[in-house]
Ligand binder design. Sequence first.
Ligand SMILES: NC(=O)c1ccc[n+]([C@@H]2O[C@H](COP(=O)([O-])OP(=O)(O)OC[C@H]3O[C@@H](n4cnc5c(N)ncnc54)[C@H](O)[C@@H]3O)[C@@H](O)[C@H]2O)c1
Ligand SMILES: N[C@@H](CCO)C(=O)O
Length: 502
Amino acid sequence: MSDIASFRQAVETFISARGWTPTRFGRTVAGDPLFVFDLREGREPRSDTRTRILKAMQDFGDGETQTPLRVGVAGLGNVGATLVRILQKDAADLTRKLGRQLVVTAVAARSRSRDRGIDISGLDWFDDPVALAKSDGIDLFVELIGGEDGPAFAAVKAALEIGRPVVTANKALLAKHGVTLARLAEESGAQLGFEAAVAGGIPVIKTLREGLGSARIAKVFGIMNGTCNYILTRMGNEDISFADCLKDAQALGYAEADPTFDVEGFDTAHKLSILATLCFGYEIAPNEIRVEGISRITQHDIKVAAELGYKIKLLGIAQRTDQGIEQRVHPTFVPKGSAIAGVDGVMNAVALETDHVHELLLAGPGAGGPPTASSVLSDILDIARGTRVPPLGVPSHELLPYKQAPNRAHDGGYYIRLNAKDVPGALAAISTRMGERGISIDSVIQRSDLGAKAVAPDGSPTRTVVMITQQTLESSVRESLAQIAADGFIVGEPQLIRIETL
Ligand SMILES: NC(=O)c1ccc[n+]([C@@H]2O[C@H](COP(=O)([O-])OP(=O)(O)OC[C@H]3O[C@@H](n4cnc5c(N)ncnc54)[C@H](O)[C@@H]3O)[C@@H](O)[C@H]2O)c1
Ligand SMILES: N[C@@H](CCO)C(=O)O
């Protein structure tokens, strides 16, 4: 019997053994997407598709008990070790939910002997994650190594190329290679899940791809980095330095291997670029984002913000405009009473503005082993159930070439903190320069407890001055500050933070 004839016979036997009804010849209503194809003459699936279908039928077993789904995990750090622990601990519950066992059968990590609080003694060991990704001993590959290139990219690519489903939590990888990987997955028929890559435990990817699959989204914004939100919250509540907060965030497993990605805003930019693609259907463009992090925020900024009725949050904002997509990441003064201001600690929040649902706010833990592993697991469950969606919400060939909108001038209030020379007339001169650019000052705070005093090059003492402007253009503020610096009335770089009403 020819290849195709024996394939056709195997599928027909499989279908009729289950009492499924073909809607027309060769097409079933089994509900299993693998069987939604046409077997008419001349429409036969390619041989690699046939191989995958035969394998899926084999896995399906007798319809009552399926063969286990064998999971290979690369990277046993904070998230990877937590995932293995949950998969081992909750095995019975997961099997009941799925009707199929999920078993970790193989791992790739750097050190075999390191104590991670999990038992990996019975698992296949791989030094090389690419070899694990391609191994015949697994059905699904989970990448939890991190990094935009290197072994993470090589292993994910290798798995997708052979049609093996992949789950990853790696936003840096997706921001850089997401379109390539989605295309590879679509070509080979493999699923690619990355729920954990954005906002930790919040199911925002699933919400955008499925729940809001038909919605037209105008704007997405939010707090997308747990480490930064944790640092800003603790600095606001306690007398603790930026460096100590960061150390604690690292110890709690929130921060990236290189925490610069967190505190300088790049991690938020990676996540924002992924969300923007899912929201607006353009190719991923992490390099088109204006990014400013929180490393220059002082405890004094946070305290003054509180006195004035604000909190400081690192926001990622992307919106559709007539000229393309605008994306930015920066610290922002948000009113204390706003929903986003109530999102504290490691919590994240993603706000969506849509056509029919209008406004939606998703909030939850944005980092840490258990919430992140929970999102990884939800992707694994989807794959085990055969759920199929284009990784980026629309087929990758339908993505529009990215079109960058010019950053619109923010037309709102500003917080300005500067070290002004403590000499007669300095403040008046500063106000005059601002007035020349049409900037109205709402309030001025000069207090001795606001920041370390610097000494001007000419030996004059300085004092910290905080100004809140009324609605104005950022360009006007920047021009006047440059002029004030040139006049010699300030020392060092002024701090400038947008105030958004949201
Ligand atoms: N920690 C979080 O809260 C969180 C949340 C969401 C997403 N993520 C993402 O999940 C991924 C993992 O994060 P993490 O916090 O577990 O990081 P981690 O640094 O704790 O773990 C990564 C592990 O990969 C291992 N590794 C490095 N090179 C390897 C190689 N060639 N082969 C096998 N293993 C290798 C490292 O030794 C380390 O143990 C990253 O992409 C991260 O951005 C993390
Ligand atoms: N370092 C990231 C992990 C979650 O993506 C954060 O702090 O949000």
